[in-house]
Design a protein around this ligand. Structure first.
Ligand SMILES: [Zn+2]
Length: 281
């Protein structure tokens, strides 16, 4: 596995971004007058340490903590390097380290799973981080990309780190642990705060604006809506790709369809053969 980190570049005064490999994940840094906060921690404890050193070098004030936007390895597994500071993330991140795939993922990344650390100050809904002349709001707007997405809001700079609730470099990752039906509502929580000059920093790719976020919200919502519609018309999973009107490429849709069908089945929505009621019977 190739690990690397770009230098931090300044997006707005005191708001920095770097990109870590693997997975081209966004690493953020918010600098205030008395402290700085790292946003997402990279894929391994060693990479987390590299991020910490690079962030400390540009911050000019002490690092006070790190926040993880969700449980996926590329955002979360470097958090151990910040464990002597205050570390934040959704409360579901604690149980996420017990998931069966963690051992497999850490083996693939080249370290032992017992080196991982959960956030030492988990949050259920919201928390405020004081950086002196600037404060940062950490908010869980509900389930979406995962069960525990946390958005990092810097109100005075009008910058929001969205984690993977938004992606710019590829279609959003609609994996088996996402919540397709609820995801648009989580994005509505973000969109309610967004002004014309707000900079949205996705978990992967370049910063985006309000129009991009509205569009991606509609595209994600349309996946659930199309599958709901097709199931209502009795279209089976294997026919859905050809039958639907899709906003994403075929590869993305082919991957998400089994997930969407399973999530709708859990709501009691399964495709049934249509019975026609004939007049005269
Ligand atoms: Zn993710």
């Amino acid at each position: 596995m190739q690990f690397s980190l770009t230098p931090f570049t300044e997006l707005r005064p005191g708001i920095w971004r770097a990109v870590a490999q693997p997975a081209s994940v966004t690493i953020g840094l918010v600098v205030g007058s008395t402290g700085a906060l790292v946003v997402d921690a990279g894929s391994s404890p060693d990479q987390g340490a590299e991020i910490r050193a690079a962030a400390a070098a540009v911050a000019g004030v002490p690092l006070v903590g790190a926040v993880v936007t969700h449980a996926h390895f590329d955002h979360y597994y470097g958090l151990a390097a910040f464990d002597d500071l205050t570390t934040y993330g959704h409360e579901s991140l604690l149980a996420a380290l017990e998931a069966p795939q963690v051992a497999e993922e850490t083996a693939g990344l080249g370290f032992a799973p017992d080196r991982l650390r959960p956030p030492n100050k988990p949050l259920a809904l919201a928390r405020l981080v004081d950086l002196g002349d600037r404060h940062v709001e950490l908010v869980h707007f509900g389930r979406g990309h995962t069960a525990g997405d946390v958005v990092v809001i810097v109100p005075d700079a009008r910058v929001i780190f969205t984690g993977d609730l938004l992606e710019q470099s590829a279609p959003p990752a609609m994996g088996p642990d996402c919540f397709l039906k609820e995801w648009p509502a989580a994005l509505d929580g973000i969109l309610g705060l967004v002004r014309e000059d707000t900079l949205l920093v996705p978990g992967h790719g370049e910063p985006v604006d309000r129009v991009f976020a509205f569009t991606q919200r509609a595209e994600i919502s349309a996946v659930y809506g199309q599958v709901d519609y097709l199931i209502g018309r009795g279209v089976q999973l294997e026919d859905a790709l050809a039958a639907g009107d899709w906003q994403f490429d075929d590869e993305t849709i082919a991957a998400v369809l089994p997930i969407a069908y399973a999530q709708l089945a859990a709501e009691g929505k399964v495709p049934r053969t249509q019975l026609r009621l004939l007049p005269g019977h």
